[in-house]
Design a protein around this ligand. Sequence first.
Ligand code: NAD
Length: 463
Amino acid sequence: MRIPTSPFGAGGDVTVLNPATAEPVAVVPLADLAETDAAIERAHRAFPAWRAVAPADRARLLRNFAAVVDSHLEELAWLEVANAGHTIGNARWEAGNVRDVLTYYSASPERHFGRQIPVAGGLDVTFHEPLGVVGVIVPWNFPMPIAGWGFAPALAAGNTVVLKPAELTPLTAMRLGELALEAGLPEGVFTVIPGKGSIVGERFVTHPHVRKVCFTGSTSVGKGIMRGCADQVKRVTLELGGKSANIVFADADLEKAAASAPGGAFDNAGQDCCARSRILVEHTVYERFLELLQPAVEGFRVADPSQPDAEMGPLISARQRDSVAAYLDGADVAMTGQTVTRSGFWLAPRVVLPRGVEDPVWRHELFGPVVAVLPFTDEADAIAKANDTEYGLSGSIFTRDVGRALRVARGVESGNLSVNSHSSVRYWTPFGGFKQSGLGRELGPDAPNSFSEVKNVFISTDS
Ligand code: NAD
């Protein structure tokens, strides 16, 4: 396996482990503050030339980048299996997602239209001006897609990008940085800086040349970033935690709802901000739903992530596994799924019956393969229980009643809902959170707008 190189190193290094085996995969040199400043300075200097690249040429460079990612799809996917313990099936989807997001936003430079607004005595037009240097901060749970959701629309809108991957999972982002150069993006336009959150990430917040921070991670760190950005009124997008509800009504296709529930909660070992980690079941079918859920949980295939049929691999680290396992102490565990008994950060999926809505397994984002199930009485109770959380990222509704599906979808305070499915994020539709799950939206047709400022220009026709 080819390990990407890092031009940094003054900030020490980190040994990256394979979560499936706990064996070292690579030692990654980290950037210190001075190296971070120098990289931001290079991105700042690269900005005027990048914004001046003709729209069709910027589009072509992004299409080249997508093509180079495509020709390295297998390499990127296997790198993610080794670094993050993702199943090979998921990792291939993730590398393909970077290619597709780049392709989608490569259409944007030629279509990022302003407006012509009727005025007396002249012409009024608006322009979308790029911001400058954009800092993208990425968590460890989906290192490739989340990086792409930030850098692709930011580059398309004419910004240069500095990107900090998570300490635990820097390898695929570093490789994407190399591939960008191979695709012909000029030096300094897209720079991946491996380093600590408290050094590199913090510097994105405090450095005046970074004009926007696009952060994905925990709600607590996100709040600190928002506070820090306030000092310079720096633009910020936050994609934070979640505790999403999967609401199952009695009139639903219960077999389908039960069969799909483990995937909605345990994909990526539950380390998914959109995980449907709370299941709400209408009380009349609660027992029947649990009966149907049992074989689905026990059949959810937990295996070495390199196996093509693996549905779930290990957790990211010993720390993450232990933090999730601590919630199981004394919990009423109704079902336990498969696990792998060998070294590595493995934890069997669990279905827990909480003691009520104050139970920590019902309220906290565990970020692991644990799902809690509670009954509800009627539609109003389902919506109230789904909304009884500080989060609002995602959710699912299972019912055969179209009117109810729409009423509940409108009633749940959440940015992304799916009916009779646990739809994953689609790059051509907007994604983001209500309440403490985030601020702003990523992806979809409007993402380049959030990486630009609207400028209004009036041209007088007076002679
Ligand atoms: P985290 O907040 O600990 O770290 C995220 C990133 O921020 C990392 O790169 C980290 O190095 C950096 N960071 C840490 N401290 C920082 C600081 N003071 N200043 C600047 N940067 C700093 O989160 P995590 O543990 O890597 O990821 C898990 C969290 O991410 C979960 O809460 C999950 O829900 C959330 N998440 C949200 C989404 C979404 O789209 N809403 C997607 C994936 C993950």
